[in-house]
Design a protein around this ligand. Structure first.
Ligand code: B12
Length: 496
């Protein structure tokens, strides 16, 4: 018996469908017994001891011999470390497997902990089946592409990345293995929003993005008709009225998007996805109209920076420019689709100038389209060979070498891209950015918070107008208090 465990990810009032484990489960179905356990649904106060008790009982009850955990950096990692350590102590025969974004990149660090037996890198549903087959046959160190393990001397060995599976060739997700109703969340899109994932990878090589390491520039989609059929099933069988696509890049193929829109137009749902500005600028007006008619409400787009030079350093340049970002904001306004622009600030080698430049650019974006959602991230290195990461290393940056290091408080902040301890960032730059963000979030509050009624928005705007207009961002203590009273949450603290 295999227990697939999704550690809780804080910040979500209602949890998000554990797509990673559904993708893994789809291939285990009919071949190995498994259960999906979502830490977000355990309903316990976030006392790790309780979750450990619960999972421990589950291991006894089911006779599970494999615990497979999906791990993203941040809260999931923080939960997974003490949990796996404790469960391995209590059940020494249990094999602990880690997969997902964190171990894919930091596989050796994960295997440095004696309570992690295997790390599966990348999109590893097929490697997982092979590993489970091998373990069932009594093999301890099977050589499987994508499976990392420790040799006799305890040294972590890299199994490389597995071949990227084609979603169109994979079986449907086993939605029956989870309580779908528990994942229908009220969002700005609709009262019963649910997630889906319709492609793997992204054909670009942005220098700050963790996806590049996972797929090396590949993008493999599921077919539009099958995606639409899944959406229809979620709507008709489970009562969903809005869909969030978690694809790294939903909008790579205009043809696929058009076909999908045509197929779901009659459903009257709202939907959301992530795309690239330069790619979507090439979509025809007709396609934009079709997307709007099919219920597309907002697109998450990596605007990244207001400087073409920085865009080039990020490996976005030549393809995407700041002028295009403004043009896109104006275009989306015409179709009533909200651009959700994410920016990566504080980039080496001159983080100060970078922050100031992007702050000024954000103001321009808001002039062109005041509805634009703005998400500000600090540049967080991913282990990717290339200019940005090299620059960060040269400024004294290094990843922790142990899992305990990763779950320390400083690194938790880092993992959530909110760190205040980047060696290349001075305190004053960070402070300026935080102050700006506070004022911006008051003057232009996010539209994604459903509890922010129009009059609450008006109060925020009135209180912040003088600061926004005069650019006196410093020490916005009154806005901080107001945000607290109004339970304001920045979109990026709960986002992807
Ligand atoms: C949905 C999502 C979330 C959800 C939670 C999902 C969950 N598990 O509960 C929420 C919104 C909570 C979330 C939060 C965060 N997220 Co997130 N999230 C995603 C997103 C958009 C989709 C993940 C997904 O479901 N994919 C679909 C499945 C099918 O693919 P997959 O997850 O990659 O799984 C495959 C493989 O990874 C592997 N695999 C995964 N798990 C396992 C487990 C086992 C045992 C095995 C064998 C294999 C395996 O096999 C799977 C099938 O191929 C990704 C981006 C993306 N498109 O992948 C970002 C992403 C994973 N998130 C990311 C980040 C940084 C975060 C945050 C830390 C950001 C923040 N602002 O704080 C927070 C965590 C903090 C918090 N508040 O909890 C980054 C990770 C970057 C990195 N350096 O590693 C990503 C890649 C976004 C990005 N492009 O930067 N996230």
């Amino acid at each position: 018996m295999i227990l697939l465990y999704n550690p809780p990810s804080s910040g979500q009032r209602k949890p998000i469908l554990p797509c990673s484990l559904l993708a893994i489960g789809a291939l285990l179905e009919g071949r190995h017994d498994y259960e999906i356990i979502d830490g977000n649904l355990l309903g316990l106060p976030s006392l790790p001891g309780d979750t450990i008790e619960l999972l421990s009982r589950q291991i006894h009850r089911t006779g599970a011999d494999i615990l497979a955990v999906t791990v993203m950096p941040g809260p999931q990692l923080q939960d997974a470390v003490p949990l796996c350590a404790a469960l391995k102590r209590r059940h020494p025969g249990l094999k602990v497997i880690w997969g997902g974004y964190f171990p894919s990149q930091h596989w050796a660090t994960a295997l440095g902990a004696e309570y992690v037996d295997y790390v599966l890198r990348g999109h590893s549903e097929r490697a997982m089946v092979s590993l489970c087959d091998a373990l069932a046959a009594g093999e301890i160190r099977p050589e499987i592409q994508g499976v990392c393990w420790r040799d006799e001397a305890g040294v972590p060995q890299d199994g490389g990345m597995p071949k990227l599976p084609k979603p169109a060739e994979l079986p449907d997700w086993p939605h029956h293995k989870v309580d779908v109703a528990a994942y229908l969340r009220p969002t700005f899109l609709g009262s019963r929003t649910i997630g889906h994932h319709s492609s793997y990878g992204c054909p670009f090589f942005c220098g700050f993005c963790a996806v590049v390491n996972m797929v090396n520039g590949a993008w493999v989609p599921d077919e539009a008709d099958r995606v639409a059929a899944t959406v229809r099933m979620l709507v008709e069988q489970h009562g969903a009225n809005a869909i969030e696509f978690y694809d790294n890049n939903f909008f790579v193929s205009e043809k696929r998007v058009r076909r999908f829109c045509e197929q779901i137009k009659d459903l009257g749902i709202a939907w959301w996805g992530e795309g690239r500005i330069d790619t979507m600028m090439k979509f025809s007006d007709d396609s934009w109209q079709l997307m709007a008619d099919s219920g597309l409400k907002m697109v998450f787009l990596g605007a990244e920076s207001g400087s073409d030079e920085t865009l080039a350093r990020m490996n976005k340049g030549g393809k995407q420019s700041a002028a295009q970002t403004l043009e896109m904001a104006a275009k989306m306004r015409r179709y009533g689709i909200v651009p959700e622009y994410s920016f990566v600030l504080g980039n080496p080698p001159d983080p100060q100038a970078d922050v100031l430049n992007t702050m000024a650019f954000v103001r321009k974006v808001k002039e062109v389209n005041p509805d634009t959602e703005v998400i500000l991230y600090m540049y967080t290195p991913v282990p990717l060979d290339g200019t940005l990461f090299e620059d960060a290393k040269n400024s004294g940056f290094a990843f922790p070498e142990t899992l305990d290091g990763w779950v320390s408080e400083d690194w938790q902040n880092f993992a959530q891209r909110r760190s205040t301890g980047m060696p290349w960032l001075s305190y004053s730059v960070e402070q300026q950015l935080q102050d700006f963000e506070r004022v911006l979030n008051a003057y232009h509050p996010t539209s994604t918070l459903t509890h922010l009624t129009p009059w609450r928005r008006r109060i925020l705007r009135m209180a912040s107008a003088w600061r926004y207009k005069t650019q006196m961002h410093r020490w916005p203590l009154e806005l901080r208090a107001l945000h607290k009273v109004l339970r304001y949450r920045r979109p990026e603290t709960s986002g992807f």
